[in-house]
Design a protein around this ligand. Structure first.
Ligand code: DOR
Ligand code: ZN
Length: 347
C-alpha cells in the first residue's frame, strides 16, 4: 500500500490558544488565522478578561488586528475569579460574547494570579453555567507545592475533578491540555459532557525533551510534559476517533529572552506549524483517517457549534521550521525549531 500524499479535511478550529494582546497579538494572530477558522481565546491577559465588556473589547482588538482577507472568528472566554458574578457569565453567554469560562487555579501557571483559590468559591457560577450551557474549561493542576510537579495533574483529578463532575453532572467540562494517562482515562470514563483538548507538544515530547544535553527552555510549558507512557496514552486517545478528544494547541508565545532566562516562562509557541505537527502524529500512528474528527468535527459537536465550511489540505513533504519567528518585532522560538516536519500546510 502506498502512503497517501495529500490529506484534505474540513477547515479545523483551535479549541485553546493564547493570542496575547497589543503588538504581540498582531504578530502571532495570522499564524493561527491561517490554519484555523475559529479559536477559543484564553483570557489570561493582565488584567484578566473577567467581564463581558472586557471580552467584547478584546474581541474587537483581535478583529482589528486581523490581516485583510483572513476569515477567522475568535471565540471568547471569561477568566473565572473567586468573586465572579454568575449573572455576568449568563449575560455574556446570552449576548453571544462568552463561548466558555476558564478555571485557572490561582498561581497554577502564567497569568493565573487572579485565579480561583478554592473551586467551592465558584460553585454559584458553575451552577449558573450548567443552567445556561456555558462550558467550563479547566487548567487541571493542583498548586500545592508539596505535590511533585509531575503529579499535579493526577492529584487534581483526585482532589477536584472527580467531585466537580459529580456535583455538576450536566455541566460541559473541557479538561484542557491533558498530559497524563490518568487524565485520558478519567475523561474517557465520563459522560459526553466531559471532553479534553490535547496539544501537539504533549503528543510529540516526553519530559526528557527538556533536558537533552542541557536545559531546553523551549520545551517547557504547563502542565509540564510527563513520562513516555503518558505520551503514548495521549496518542492513543487522540487517534482513537473518540469525540471526547479534540485539537487545542495551547500555543503560548513568549519572547525568546523571557524563555531563555534564569526563571523562564512556561509556554510553547506552536501556532505557525500546528497542523503539520499534529498531522505527523496521526501519520506515525497510521490514523490519518481520524485526523479530521480530532481537528474539525469533535470540537464543534461538543460546543454545539456548526462545523466550518471549506477545507484545508496538507501535503506530504518536508517543511523546515525556522529557528525563530518575528512576531511584530518580538523574536519567538517556535515548537519544532530547526526540525523538518513531514507535512506541509497548503491551504
Ligand atoms: O505553558 C503555559 N503557558 N501554560 C499555561 O497554562 C499558560 C500559558 C501562557 O499563558 O503562557
Ligand atoms: Zn493555555
Amino acid at each position: 500500500m502506498t502512503a497517501i500524499s495529500t490529506l484534505t479535511i474540513r477547515r479545523p478550529d483551535d479549541w485553546h490558544v493564547h493570542l496575547r494582546d497589543g503588538a504581540v497579538m498582531a504578530g502571532v494572530l495570522a499564524h493561527t488565522a491561517r490554519q484555523f477558522a475559529r479559536a477559543i481565546v484564553m483570557p489570561n491577559l493582565s488584567p484578566p478578561v473577567s467581564t463581558v465588556d472586557a471580552a467584547r473589547a478584546y474581541r474587537a482588538r483581535i478583529m482589528a488586528a486581523l490581516p485583510a482577507g483572513m476569515d477567522f472568528t475568535p471565540l471568547m472566554t471569561c477568566y473565572l475569579t473567586d468573586g465572579i458574578d454568575p449573572e455576568e457569565l449568563a449575560r455574556g453567554k446570552a449576548e453571544g460574547v462568552f463561548t466558555a469560562a476558564k478555571l485557572y487555579p490561582a498561581h497554577a501557571t502564567t497569568g493565573s494570579a487572579h485565579g480561583v483559590t478554592d473551586v467551592k468559591n465558584i460553585y454559584p457560577a458553575l451552577e449558573r453555567m450548567q443552567e445556561v450551557g456555558l462550558p467550563l474549561l479547566v487548567h487541571g493542576e493542583v498548586t500545592d507545592h508539596e505535590v511533585d510537579i509531575f503529579d499535579r495533574e493526577a492529584v487534581f483529578i483526585e482532589r477536584t475533578m472527580m467531585q466537580l463532575v459529580r456535583d455538576f453532572p450536566a455541566l460541559k467540562v473541557v479538561f484542557e491540555h491533558i498530559t497524563t494517562k490518568d487524565a485520558a482515562e478519567f475523561v474517557s470514563a465520563q459522560g459526553a459532557n466531559v471532553a479534553a483538548t490535547i496539544t501537539p507538544q504533549h503528543l510529540h515530547i516526553n519530559r526528557n525533551a527538556m533536558f537533552v544535553g542541557g536545559i531546553r527552555p523551549h520545551m517547557y510549558c504547563l502542565p509540564v510534559a510527563k513520562r513516555e507512557f503518558h505520551r503514548l496514552a495521549l496518542r492513543q486517545v487522540a487517534v482513537s476517533g473518540s469525540p471526547k478528544f479534540f485539537l487545542g494547541t495551547d500555543s503560548a508565545p513568549h519572547a525568546v529572552g523571557a524563555k531563555e532566562a534564569a526563571c523562564g516562562c512556561a509556554g510553547i509557541f506552536n501556532a505557525p506549524f500546528a497542523l503539520e505537527s499534529y498531522t505527523q502524529v496521526f501519520d506515525e500512528e497510521g490514523a490519518l483517517d481520524k485526523f479530521e474528527g480530532f481537528a474539525s468535527l469533535h470540537g464543534p459537536a461538543f460546543y454545539g457549534l456548526p462545523v466550518n465550511e471549506g477545507t484545508v489540505t496538507l501535503e506530504r513533504g518536508g517543511e523546515l521550521v525556522p529557528d525563530q519567528i518575528d512576531a511584530n518585532g518580538m523574536p519567538i522560538v517556535p515548537f519544532h525549531a530547526g526540525e523538518t516536519l513531514g507535512w506541509r500546510f497548503k491551504k
